[in-house]
Ligand binder design. Structure first.
Ligand code: TRP
Ligand code: SF4
Length: 405
């Protein structure tokens, strides 16, 4: 059995609905999620509104793509009893938080997010000079902050969005995080840690505030992290109190960088739908076999009798994902001496890919045949997500003066 999930930390991540996933998604994102779901409380969601920021002109089957993707998540083993699975648009609180955050987010912050200009350049055929597209990272910040997620697993390309979320959280706390009786509440919270820890906390706080001792600040934060007996609200209060004035209403999330997937596409480039070089997660065996048998090899190896160079061959990259030392040595030796043919060389990969897919395909078929089950699993996830989101939003409304206690 795995250890209990870490209670103080919450992982949240989302994917835009792209329909059925491929092996690149599996070896990159999903295997990482599978690991995280045992270690943390996890929320995974379909970012269907985000799909509209770029595809508003032709919103092709966002609904259907969402369900196909959810089936793939379930089929690889994302466990809905452990991780909460939901759909963004089913938790409309995200939109209200996005609106409220938009009131205090400087335009320049959004214009400076690198993906804003990059994607406009890259997707030239689309008119992305829209309000929604500019707000993409702010909607993402709302997705994250509404769950008070502490860790957000993302690829390198998304790190700037997490950084924006942190800045927005900081600004929000600075602007709205003062409670009328903050100092009294904080002092009461300190006492709840017990005599010894309270004394230590006060000393560390003093050292930071009077001498700017950052080591003391870090130690005090670690002390707070380790406290089991204080409420979430008190913990946040004490984090704020450490640095001075305000209460932390929206904690700052950390990016959890997903290592880039080593899974190459059929042409040796990164596996991606836009390169048309993918193998579907639950693609039919005949089709997978055909794709692998016809995929390119070292172009210099024209005839069977020509020796080849694995370094120049996309098949070799697949061996690096799927084969052990022995098979790899066999490839190196057989290829460079023209001892084996390319089809022979591909066979262990074909076997390995089919073996990897078989249980996934089987589970996907079961879920696909039982849409009511999938719906009810996702409905439950949406309910849990909404409950969390409602609480945060109520705190946000209050802090911004929209509700009195
Ligand atoms: N922008 C992310 C992507 O393209 C998807 C996403 C939306 C997301 N909201 C999120 C990821 C919140 C993590 C957290 O991959
Ligand atoms: Fe590529 Fe294998 Fe053929 Fe060598 S033998 S060129 S590694 S497919």
């Amino acid at each position: 059995m795995t250890a209990l999930p870490n209670q103080q930390q919450r992982v949240l991540s989302g994917m835009r609905p792209t329909g059925r996933l491929h092996l690149g998604h599996y070896h990159g994102v999903l295997k990482n999620w599978l690991r995280l779901q045992h270690e943390y409380e996890c929320f995974f969601f379909v970012a269907d509104w985000h799909a509209l920021t770029t595809d508003y002109e032709q919103p092709l089957n966002i609904e259907e793509s969402s369900w196909e993707m959810l089936i793939d998540w379930l089929a690889v083993g994302i466990n809905p009893n452990t991780a909460k699975l939901f759909i963004q648009s089913r938790v409309p609180e995200h939109a209200e938080l996005h609106l409220l955050l938009s009131m205090m987010t400087p335009l320049g912050w959004l214009e400076r997010v690198p993906t804003y200009k990059d994607q406009q350049e890259k997707l030239k055929e689309k008119d992305l000079a829209t309000y929604g597209f500019l707000g993409y990272p702010l909607l993402q910040a709302a997705d994250i902050l509404i769950y008070k997620a502490t860790q957000v697993p993302v690829g390198e390309d998304q790190v700037a969005h997490i950084e924006l979320s942190r800045e927005v959280a900081r600004r929000f706390n600075h602007l709205y995080g003062s409670e009328p009786d903050f100092a009294d509440n904080a002092a009461a919270a300190v006492k709840k840690m017990g005599k010894k820890n309270a004394k230590l906390y006060n000393e560390l706080r003093k050292r930071f505030q009077e001498k700017g001792d950052h080591e003391a600040l870090e130690t005090a934060r670690a002390l707070l992290e380790s406290q089991q007996n204080i409420t979430l609200g008190d913990r946040e209060r004490l984090f704020g109190y450490l640095e001075g004035v305000s209460k932390v209403i929206l904690p700052e999330p950390q990016p959890l960088l997903t290592p880039a997937s080593k899974m190459p596409g059929l042409d040796g480039q990164k596996m991606s739908k836009s390169y048309n070089n993918t193998i579907g997660l639950r693609e039919e065996p005949e089709s997978v076999t055909h794709k692998l048998r016809t995929m390119p090899t070292d172009p210099a190896r024209v005839r069977r009798s020509d020796p080849g160079d694995p370094e120049k061959c996309p098949v070799w990259k697949l061996h690096q994902v799927y084969s052990g030392d022995e098979v790899r040595a066999w490839v190196q030796q057989g290829c460079t001496s023209a001892g084996i043919g390319c089809l022979e060389c591909k066979q262990p990969i074909i076997d390995a890919v089919l073996a990897e897919q078989a249980p996934i395909r089987e589970r996907a078929e079961q879920f696909a045949a039982n849409p009511n089950l999938v719906r009810s699993l996702v409905n439950e996830g949406c309910e849990v997500a909404r409950d969390v989101a409602r609480v945060t939003l109520e705190e946000v409304r209050q802090a911004m003066g929209l509700r009195s206690k």
